[in-house]
Structure formats: structure tokens, C-alpha cells
Design a protein. Sequence first.
Length: 591
Amino acid sequence: MLSARGILNIYKLLYETKVDYIMEYKEEKKNCQNCKKDFIIEIDDFSFYEKMKVPSPTFCPHCRMIRRMLFGNLSSFYKKKCDSCGEMTIGLYHPNNQSKMYCNLCWWKDNWDGTEYGMDYDPTIPFFEQLIELRNKSIFVALESLYPSLVNTKYTNNASYQKDCYMTIYADYDEHCACTMLTFKNKDCLDCYRSRESELCYECVGIYKSYGCMWSEELDSCVNCLFCQSCYGCTNCIGCVNLRNKSYYIFNKKYSKEEYERLIKNYNLNTYDGQQKLKIQSEEFWIKMPKRSYHGNSLNINVTGEYVYESKNTKDSFLVSGAEDCRFSQYLSIKGAKDCYDYTGWGSESSLLYECYIVGEGAYNNKFSSECWPNAQNIEYSYYCVQGKDCFGCVNLKRKQYCILNKQYTKDEYFILKEKIITDMKLNPWINKFGHIYSYGEFLPPEISPYGYNETMAHEYDILTKSEAESLGYLWFEPVDNVYEITIRGESLPKKFKETPKNITNEIIKCSTCDKVYNISNIELELLVRFDQPVSHSCPRCRHIRRFNRTNKPELHNRNCMKCGIDINTPYSKNRPEIVYCEKCYQQEFV
Ligand SMILES: [Zn+2]
Ligand SMILES: [Zn+2]
Ligand SMILES: [Zn+2]
Ligand SMILES: [Zn+2]
């Protein structure tokens, strides 16, 4: 096998002789720089790359996704001192993390904009090395949010437009919600994952336009459904699966309103034991019923992937809503992504994006960038470029145009220098510590990410041990020891809400499943009263992991419909216990 240096020489030769500019496209098999597996670039993909003026990728789709996800720390929180005001604050940076950090208030102040760390471009040093130097000097924000849009919401991450919320993560336009992740426009929801436009829901995964539902999964337009899965338009159902427009069903069996109301009391659903018993019972029932080959809704046209909703011509995408002409994209939680490839987070009227992480809300024509919002335009190789336009290689820069390495240029100077850097990057690619060749066209290298591998979304989809991660060159930060005095243990909390001690919000609770401690916020308490549900015995993170583990992974497998036998491409691998039907067979039975 050729060494990285050998490949580099061939690369240079190709670039100098312009062999890579062949305009007649045909399907191309490539070998991933990272995992060394082959992957295919299809003919249609080339027209996107041409439109974006980028070379075709050298990493396979999965490795590209993981590389972007190295920039996503959603829920590893620590207490650390603000490097400006000195106050202790909750942030994403481990006490041993060398990155400089300001508390949210100091970071968003107008007394600095990031040009203070501006650097001249040095053509004798690889561009990426200069970008790493800038990243080390610049200052990160404690928690990632559109801070000016938060109302009475102190602790959120990856969030915007939150009102009266607590620990809503990857969340937009929510009100009075707590301990949720990947949400959009919910009200009074607690402990939900992937919920959109829903109200008064508790412990749900994958719900849309639903109301008063608890302990349920993949519901669309349901009301008061408990322990239900993959139902649409149902009201007052318990333990049901694959039902359409039904009321008063228990385990898919019809009851009269009176019988239903009498039976529901026997389940003791306001007690911990009643809840746990029905949870096991319903999961055992759900698994016996056929699953559609992928999760999506009837508003999709020509899509492939998993958890794809209201989308059109969108392929190989995961957890996307309202996307059009997109491919290899994930976590598009707000509709309006158009013409994007390799785009992780978050949509909202954004277009022409390639290899971006958390670049949304009016984003246009951005490449190889992370955390650039809102209305980021023509941004490349930047990280935390807030409200930026025409910036290249900037880190922690606010409201600027025509900047390179955080230094201000005139419009003409900017375009000339940008082209020179791109040419330098192509002529003299950089080899990073992972042995990967970084020319123009690669996403930001892992060296730019300030997080430990175990703190990022990458670790959720490609789990590594500490020694594996460190041997590959990633950072790793161990959880910090608890410094709080535990006042109550999770397993000894009351099993009914009624018996909850009055001062529960003052208690430091030891999680019943991990070593962490947690407390109950006022918002959680208010919602638990409304749901008449006991305080959870485990910490918010363990609760989230349990919901996350109920969600399929962004991988598709070829197998056959278990009814008609046709080939299907599905997130359910062959060794999964579910009965998997093709779209047509599923619709025939359940619509
Ligand atoms: Zn790969
Ligand atoms: Zn501060
Ligand atoms: Zn825990
Ligand atoms: Zn079939």
C-alpha cells in the first residue's frame, strides 16, 4: 500500500497536470482515506460538486458524517471559570480542556468581535496549521446557542428561541419544556427525544403534532396515547401499534369508552411500578408487529434514509424534515434545507451547503464549516462565525464580512487572497496527525475540534474505547468526580408523585443507573405535577440514553421484505428481531 507521502506525490502530479478536471462524469469507485473501504460516487453527485466548485470527497459518507460529528458536543457539561469575568459557569469544556472559554454573557458582549485574534496568512505554512493556531488563541462560548433569542432559559445547548426551558438540547422554538433533545416547536414537554410541534407529552420518542401522549414512539397526530408505537391519528389508546384513526383501543383491541376508562385505572400508570410493567408489556407487543422498512411519512417523495419526513428527492439522509434535493445529511430538524450534501444540522431555510455542521437559519453557500449562524453566507473553513458573510478560515468571529484568519480585508483583497490560499491548499496539501491528506475540499480536520472524542456525537455512532480513541489521536476527557453532597438516592425516591417531598428541587439525587448526581428543576416539577408522574430515578443523561437506544442508527442494509420478498434498503439489519415490510406491504396492511 502507498504511504500518505506517496499518495501525496501522485496527488500533486495529478493537480499539476489537471487530470482531475475531466468534465464527462461517470460513476467512480474511491477508497476512503479513513476507513480504507471502497465507496461509490454517482454521476448525479458530480453535478452537485461542480455546482459547489469542490472536488469529489476522499472520505466515505459514513466517515464524513463522523468527522463532522466530532464538532458536536451536545450534552457533556462541566463547571468551569469564565476566562473574562471569572464566574463559574456551565459549559461544554472539561476542566482539563485547554480551550479558552467565556460564559454566555461575556461571549455575546459587543466589546469584542474576534478580529483581536486576527492573523496574517503565511504562505510558507500549511493553511490548516494556521487555522489550528487561530483556534487555540480564540475564545469559545460556554454553551452553544443563539443567546439573544433565549427567554428565561439559562441552560440549553444547540438551541435557539427557547422560552422558559431547562436543558432542552438541539432545540428550537420550544416553550416550557425540560430535558428534551432534537425538538422543534413544542410546548410543555418533558423527557422527549425527536419531538416536533407537540404539547404536553412525556417520555416520548419521535412524535409529531401530538398532544397528551406518554411513553410512546413514532406517533403522528395522536392525542392521549400511552405506550403506543407507530400510530397515526389515534386518540385514547394504550399499548397499541400500527393503528390509524382509532379511539379506545388497548393492545390493538377495541373497547367502549366506559370499559377503557375503567381498565386504564387498573394499570396504575401514575406509579413507577405500573409504568415499568406496562412499558415491558407494550415493548413485547410492539416487536411482534411488522415495521415499515423505514420511518417516514406519506408526504415524502423519492427519498431514502431513516426518519425522513415531508422531504423530496433526498437520499441517504437521517433524521431530516422538509429537505429537498439533499444527500448524506443528518439532523435537519427544521424544514427548508435545499440543495445540500453532507449537511449535519439543522435546516431552516438553508441552501447550497456542503460539508457543514450546525449551519442553519438562512445559511447560503457555505462549505467546510461548523457553527456558523444565523444567515451565514459564502463561508468556508470557519468555526463559530456568527452572522458572517464572505469569511474564510475564521474562528470565533462575530458579525464580519471579508475576513480571513479573523483579519479584516477589503472586498477586492479578500477575493484575491482567498483564491491564493485555495491554490496553495491544492498545491501543498497538509498531512494531519491521523495521516490524512488535507487539500482544499476536506471538512475541518479533527485537530480543530475542542472536544474529547467521548464527548461528541461521533462517539454515539462509532463507539471507541479510551485507548482506541487516544491511539488514533483523538482527545478524551473523563467525567469529573462529583463534588456535591448526595442527599437522596434515586432508587429511594417515592414511586408516586403524590408522595414526592415538598423540597425535592433542593435535593442532590444520586442516579440509580450511573455515578452522576442530578437535581429536579422547577419546570420539571411543574410538568410532573401536570402528568401526575413520579420523579425519575435516573439522571437526565441516562434517561436520554434509554430513548436514544430505541432509535435506529444512520445505516442502511440490503435485505428482503418479509412479506413479498422484494429487495429493500432499510435501517433494520438482518439480525434484528423486527418483522420488516416494504413500503407497499406495510401500507396494504396498516393504512
Ligand atoms: Zn470511510
Ligand atoms: Zn463571563
Ligand atoms: Zn445516570
Ligand atoms: Zn413487501
